[in-house]
Design a protein around this ligand. Structure first.
Ligand SMILES: [Zn+2]
Length: 469
């Protein structure tokens, strides 16, 4: 691929289709995927037989929503545990499996495996072409990344996608901060890919070292991060101002075979301060945004929970997968770019369950709770996630001991042990501090023992950015 072909990356005809054409295409693909799953996939056949529904009953997108049962992480894990390792949903010989990934985090109810054939890896990673084209990135551009490449799809997907698109990729996440900055100056990147928390940190490190990004990185065109709560429009403006480029955002999941929603060339906010949207690749992933109380689709501007259907992956079908991600739905015409792709508002993704994303890792509070309440000496705890003044994302666990149960020395030893166990179980380093008995709130029903203060603290961490010169 060469730069002159760049205008062909994104499918121009689709980007000019009418919303009705898109809906027609989605229905056709849904019917094909359903029929295939029912005929060939024991997992789905059992599911649909139990629900008393047959693919020929599905004549509209409304039928699909009303009649086809959803699946979730638990359903997939049960199937994989009954038919290890890939589950009865996997529908190709093992020799055709090209890439295996698992979902993030080392805790919660478990990590399901997801598999892709070579063709799927190739086709799904081309979603990144839209992301690049819309953000003004070209083949041959240099990208620095801080995301780790391991078993999770995120790192692998970006690596394959970048190779296929023709980026020059620099994986500098393994180095210390000073080396990263040194390398960045040498590389002169066109693109930086990192989490919002790390962009804050990176900005403050530049400030500390007297580096002015506009001068130090004159070729920079964009910075991309994944869909999660950022610090709002003020945070975005600080970042844009400091780095001199627009920010771009994506949203995706392992179940969706990667990223499928991207911000367009307009960036992440309008001039009047309203947040813009990420457009869903509607011809690849069918995304239902539902109100959980009524089960009906939400209107533009309302929050809904995302249910996704992969419109092409027939080897490992994902049909009506409940993501537990909630976001603000936006109709296509919310954006001024004219694309017929609806999607979600920038920075609006949150969880329906109590999972937290900390430094890119999924954290289920129950894992920490289990370690704490498993010890008779401990009575209560509270977790806090925030961004400190140097931009680092930090986690503190405050614990209360049962009165008189241990000496001060013993309490210190237990705190230390807890810290190590938490790190081992969650892969996240947390501070464990002791607070006086009776100071933490008690919860009778659904525990709300975790406070996420990152939005506000990320914003205040960058408040002074660029004003110290
Ligand atoms: Zn747009």
């Amino acid at each position: 691929m060469n730069p002159s072909q760049s205008r062909h990356y994104a499918n121009i005809r689709l980007e000019r289709a009418s919303p009705d054409e898109i809906k027609g295409l989605q229905l056709k693909r849904i019917q094909t995927v359903l029929a295939h799953a029912y005929d060939r996939n024991p997992f789905y056949r059992a599911l649909y037989d139990k629900a008393g529904v047959h693919p020929r009953d599905i004549r509209s997108l409304e039928d699909f929503r009303a009649r086809i049962p959803f699946i979730d992480k638990r359903t997939l894990l049960e199937d994989q545990s009954a038919y290890p390792p890939y589950g009865s949903r996997a529908d190709v010989p093992d020799a055709h499996i090209h890439q295996v990934t698992h979902t993030g985090g080392t805790s919660g109810i478990g990590q399901e495996l997801h598999m892709f054939t070579q063709l799927e890896t190739e086709s799904w990673t081309t979603g990144f072409f839209y992301e690049c084209a819309w953000a003004g990135i070209q083949p041959g551009d240099r990208v620095v990344r801080f995301i780790r490449v391991a078993m999770e799809l995120g790192g692998l997907w970006h690596k394959s996608a970048g190779e296929r698109f023709g980026l020059n990729q620099f994986f500098i996440g393994a180095y210390d901060s000073e080396t990263r900055l040194k390398l960045m100056r040498r590389i002169s990147p066109h693109l930086i890919i990192a989490q919002p928390s790390y962009l804050t940190r990176l900005s403050l490190m530049c400030e500390e070292q007297g580096i002015q990004p506009r001068e130090a990185f004159p070729e920079l065109k964009a910075m991309m991060f994944s869909g999660e709560a950022h610090g709002g429009v003020n945070w975005l403006r600080r970042m844009e101002n400091f780095w001199g480029v627009k920010l771009a955002e994506w949203y995706g999941s392992t179940q969706a075979a990667g990223s499928h929603m991207f911000s367009c060339e307009g960036g992440l906010h309008f001039d009047d301060g309203r947040l813009r949207m990420l457009h869903n690749l509607e011809h690849r992933i069918y995304c239902e945004m539902l109100d959980l109380e009524t089960g009906l689709p939400v209107n533009s501007g309302e929050d809904g929970e995302m249910f996704i259907t992969n419109l092409y992956n027939e080897n490992f079908p994902i049909i009506r997968f409940r993501t537990y991600d909630r976001a603000r739905y936006r109709d296509a015409d919310y954006c001024d770019c004219g694309r017929p792709f609806s999607g979600i508002e920038s920075g609006s993704v949150s969880r329906v369950d109590d999972m937290l994303k900390v430094r890119g890792q999924n954290l289920w509070p129950d894992t920490v709770g289990g370690l704490i309440f498993g010890r008779v000496e401990l009575e209560e705890y509270q977790g806090t996630v925030w961004v400190d003044e140097t931009g680092r994302e930090r986690v503190r666990v405050a614990v209360e001991f049962r009165p008189g149960s241990l000496s001060e020395g013993e309490r210190d030893v237990l705190r230390q042990r807890l810290r190590e166990e938490i790190k081992q179980k969650t892969d996240i380093t947390m501070e464990v501090i002791e607070v006086e008995h009776g100071t933490l709130p008690r919860f009778e029903q659904k525990a709300r023992r975790w406070k996420d203060e990152r939005g506000a603290s990320r914003q205040s961490a960058v408040q002074q950015l660029g004003t110290n010169r």
